[in-house]
Design a protein. Structure first.
Length: 131
């Protein structure tokens, strides 16, 4: 998805909301499971996730052929990476009302890469090769 700078953190999504993200084989990392590449589409993109209250890990994985598993992140922990900069926003798309985005303001330097590494560290497998 292209970056929409008007997107803001959605306070109607509780900190307790689970976010599901599919993982492609190229996004696996031996040391801790998920590579930061799972969160580095481009610096002009937000990261697609799905709201756990509106879907299941099985449905999430079924929408992404070729992906090998699903990880979960907790919304409150995602927001805690950089309060006021990193957040979660609803982004329903045709056929997927659970679609949402991890949003982040574009920042110079290594902040974007550091955020991707921190998101990867927050992941916990719910389906896939490391469960």
């Amino acid at each position: 998805m292209d970056s929409d700078l008007s997107l803001k953190d959605d306070p109607s999504i509780p900190d307790s909301e689970l976010l599901f993200r599919t993982i492609h084989p190229k996004q696996l990392k031996d040391a801790n499971g998920v590579s930061s590449g799972a969160f580095k589409s481009t610096p002009k993109s937000h990261t697609s996730v799905e709201l756990g209250s509106l879907t299941s890990p099985e449905e999430t994985l079924a929408r992404r052929p070729g992906h090998v598993g699903v990880v979960k992140l907790l919304t409150g922990r995602v927001r805690g990476i950089r309060p006021g900069v990193v957040g979660v926003s609803r982004d329903p798309i045709p056929g997927n009302l659970a679609h949402a985005l991890i949003i982040r303001e574009l920042a110079p330097g290594g902040v974007y890469m550091k955020t991707a590494r921190e998101l990867a560290r927050l992941c916990e497998w719910v389906m896939g090769p490391r469960v």
